[in-house]
Design a protein around this ligand. Structure first.
Ligand SMILES: Nc1nc2c(c(=O)[nH]1)N[C@H]1C(S)=C(S)[C@@H](COP(=O)(O)O)O[C@H]1N2
Ligand SMILES: [Mo]
Length: 322
């Protein structure tokens, strides 16, 4: 299957505002107090902005295919992408992971491939990535908590990785697991979630050309708080599907039990497709706040990727399979 890049998506790199310009704008906004005016609406964490600038010593990634897939929406400033996070292994505050994950060292890193697969094994991150061409993809990202961002990821299509390990005909799902190491991930010392964090995709979702494993963002290696060294990105699903710091890919016949569904099955399902018509039991999903914007915008079915992915769910009751 080919990724359909709509005409309006095919914009030039030069039209996308450079990240330093965004950073300057943020500094300006902060200095002028506009951000404070936005009050609670500003989810970006004013404090975080000032404490953590020096912490982002991002290592540049070289040799990736730039802008392999783009959206025409402005990028969310890197300071927000890296300082407004959900990563309960480090902190349950949005500003916490950037601080609490500073000492985390994601190298060396190995990934276990197991279950219904022809080539199981344990692979070093470098070997896991090496056969693939890194590419940049700018995706909308929609959290279940009704905020969103636009993020330029660097990574590889998960489909290519899966093909290489030759799943058997029994492999109907891929389960993914985050590192469990309470010493290195101090948030795991508290039972806020059922550790380790687990997520999963149906095999056709995992093989969809939009689904990627990211190793970087904004041209730099993934910051720890964003899921270093390897995290999932599925742009048509709510943020919690995008599991971070992956150590296991397990091919299964049964639907995996993902962490948030285990935590609260009434509120979180397996599919987690962005859907403005299916509300969270405690809040509406009809609108979302794009981080950095004041007014809310309408949430779009499948986060705007319906042309590409709606076919995966033909005939399914999306109210039941939420
Ligand atoms: N292991 C792990 N992965 C995780 C989470 C987490 O707490 N632990 N949070 C999820 C949620 S709820 C969201 S919204 C995204 C946030 O990704 P970001 O911080 O890079 O924006 O990560 C997802 N992946
Ligand atoms: Mo989320």
């Amino acid at each position: 299957m080919l990724i359909k890049i709509r005409k309006d998506n095919a914009i030039l790199a030069s039209e996308i505002t450079d990240k330093s310009v965004y950073q300057d704008r943020r500094q300006f906004i902060k200095a002028s107090g506009t951000l404070a005016l936005a009050g609670a609406a500003s989810l970006a964490g004013i404090g975080a902005l000032s404490v953590s600038r020096e912490a982002r010593a991002g290592k540049k990634i070289s040799g990736y295919k730039e802008r392999a897939y783009v959206t025409d929406e402005p990028l969310t400033p890197i300071e927000d992408v890296t300082h407004y996070n959900n990563f309960y292994e480090f902190s349950t505050d949005k500003e916490g992971p950037a601080v609490m994950a500073r000492a985390f060292n994601p190298h060396p890193w190995s990934i276990k491939v197991e279950g219904e697969v022809g080539k199981p094994g344990t692979y070093q991150l470098e070997d896991f990535i090496k056969p693939h061409t890194l590419e940049e993809r700018i995706y909308r990202f929609r959290c279940v908590e009704a905020w969103s961002m636009v993020i330029p990821w660097v990574g590889i299509p998960l489909a290519n990785v899966i093909k290489r390990f030759e799943p058997t005909s029994k492999a109907k799902y891929v389960e993914m697991v985050t590192l469990y190491d309470p010493q290195r991930m101090p948030g795991q010392q508290r039972a806020v979630l059922n550790w380790p964090y687990v997520e999963g995709l149906r095999i056709d979702e995992a093989m969809h050309p939009l689904t990627m494993l990211a190793v970087g963002l904004y041209g730099e290696e993934l910051p720890n708080q964003n899921g270093a060294p390897l995290r999932l990105v599925v742009p048509w699903k709510y943020g919690f599907k995008n599991i971070k710091s992956i150590v296991t890919l397990r091919f299964t016949a049964q639907e995996p039990k993902n962490t948030w569904q285990v935590t609260n099955a009434r509120e979180y399902g397996f599919y987690a497709n962005v859907n403005p018509e299916v509300d969270h039991p405690r809040w509406s999903q009809a609108r979302e706040r794009r981080i950095g914007e004041f007014l809310k915008r309408k949430t779009v079915m499948f986060n705007g990727y319906a042309d590409e992915v709606a076919g995966l769910y033909a005939g399914m009751n999306l109210h039941k399979f939420f």
